[in-house]
Design a protein around this ligand. Structure first.
Ligand SMILES: Cc1cc2nc3c(=O)[nH]c(=O)nc-3n(C[C@H](O)[C@H](O)[C@H](O)COP(=O)(O)O)c2cc1C
Length: 356
């Protein structure tokens, strides 16, 4: 187990050493600077608009600590079953563990029973800075249990759940949802109800539940909602480059932008976006930070995962991060075969340092 303080310091050094490519641009208005872009979710200060998304199987302690040191101002746990928490399932409780190096952190729960959701929220309240309700997950198993995205069809139950969770805890409660179920755009209804009930922020992924991850995220409706609500609205979906992030923040009333798939094994994108928003230089997005830097990133990521999860589980989870980091590199296919056979830390380190 690496001392978490030392680990955090190493990640911070790595972030400082990231060789982002920038160029001078015309002086910007103050509006561009991060300090002008901070906001509150309830009483929790969010120091800039960059938010690392909840990603099941990915947004664990390691992912969140890296996100923090590369610029994200708010992190999320993956969605956790409210039943699992209520019945003290070990895995569910483990997912809700948050260290001091990844705060503020929102813990996200899902379920369909208002009482169970309230009980789960109470149990995790002490560990969370914010409690988030999942109202967008499109996975079949979740929809079958009338949770996640199903709540966009069952708006009455969605309201009962929001009311019950808000009534059970004193931490801010937020909702992450989508545009609607299928043809309808009933997020507008949920958005207004959420604000009236006391929800502290709303995150909208610009796709409908039935779309899954197909097509492109559409922020048109989210922009309307952001302009009409008093609570902060966060945009999610397909944000994968600094200029896109810039445009969204500048042309709408959204308070935050959430980044998910684009930072899997590529936390440096957060830094690109951060630098672009916070300086008089424009980040022109160095997508490849150089192989030496990537090796250090992978080495540290591996040691961090293992320090949280042990070698057996850590190596198995690290395989996918290693594989994502090779996207677009020569020889990636042959390397991936070896990655998925990795069994221990010394094999993994040898393979990392053999990347050409
Ligand atoms: C593998 C994977 C796991 C996800 N897990 C969650 C989750 O646990 N909770 C949630 O609210 N959204 C989850 N999402 C949705 C993301 O948070 C995000 O809204 C979506 O991927 C769109 O943003 P992106 O294009 O930046 O990835 C997940 C998405 C993916 C691809």
């Amino acid at each position: 187990m690496i001392d978490p303080k030392r680990l955090a310091a190493e990640i911070e050094d790595l972030s400082y050493s990231y060789p982002a490519v920038t160029e001078e641009r015309k002086p910007l208005s103050q509006r561009y600077l991060m300090r002008e872009r901070s906001f509150y979710i309830g009483d929790v200060f969010i120091k800039n608009p960059l938010i690392a998304a909840p990603l099941a199987g990915i947004s664990d302690n390691t992912f969140r600590i890296f996100s923090c040191y590369f610029g994200s101002a708010l992190n999320y746990s993956e969605m956790i079953s409210s039943n699992g928490i209520k019945f003290k399932d070990k895995k569910s409780l483990y997912l809700a563990k948050v260290t001091g190096f990844e705060r503020p952190c929102s813990i996200q729960i899902f379920g369909n029973d208002p009482d169970v959701m309230a009980t789960a929220a109470k149990i995790i309240e002490e560990m969370a800075d914010i409690i988030d309700i999942n109202m967008g997950c499109p996975v079949h198993k979740i929809l079958k249990s009338k949770s996640g995205g199903f709540l966009l069809k069952d708006t009455e139950n969605a309201k009962r759940i929001m009311e019950a969770v808000i009534g059970a805890v004193s931490k801010p409660v937020t909702v992450k949802t989508r545009l609607g179920w299928d043809d309808d755009n009933n997020v507008s209804k949920i958005a207004r109800a959420a604000q009236d009930l006391g929800i502290s922020a709303l995150c909208i992924h610009g796709r409908k539940v039935k779309q899954g991850y197909k097509g492109f995220a559409d922020n048109g409706l989210s922009e309307e909602i952001a302009g009409s609500l008093k609570i902060p609205v966060i945009f999610s979906g397909d944000i994968d480059d600094p200029l896109k992030a810039d445009r969204l923040l500048d042309s709408s009333d959204c308070k935050g932008i959430m980044i998910g798939r684009a930072i899997r094994a590529r936390h440096h994108l957060l830094k690109d976006i951060y630098l672009n928003l916070n300086s008089k230089k424009m980040t022109i997005g160095q997508k490849d930070p150089g192989i030496r830097w990537v090796k250090t990133y992978l080495d540290l990521y591996l040691r961090s995962i293992i320090s949280f999860k042990g070698e057996y589980r850590g190596i198995r989870e690290f395989r996918k991060h290693f594989s994502w980091s090779l996207k677009g590199r020569k020889g990636a296919a042959a390397m991936r075969k070896k990655i998925f056979e990795l069994e221990d830390i010394s094999q993994a380190l040898r393979l990392i340092y053999s990347i050409k």
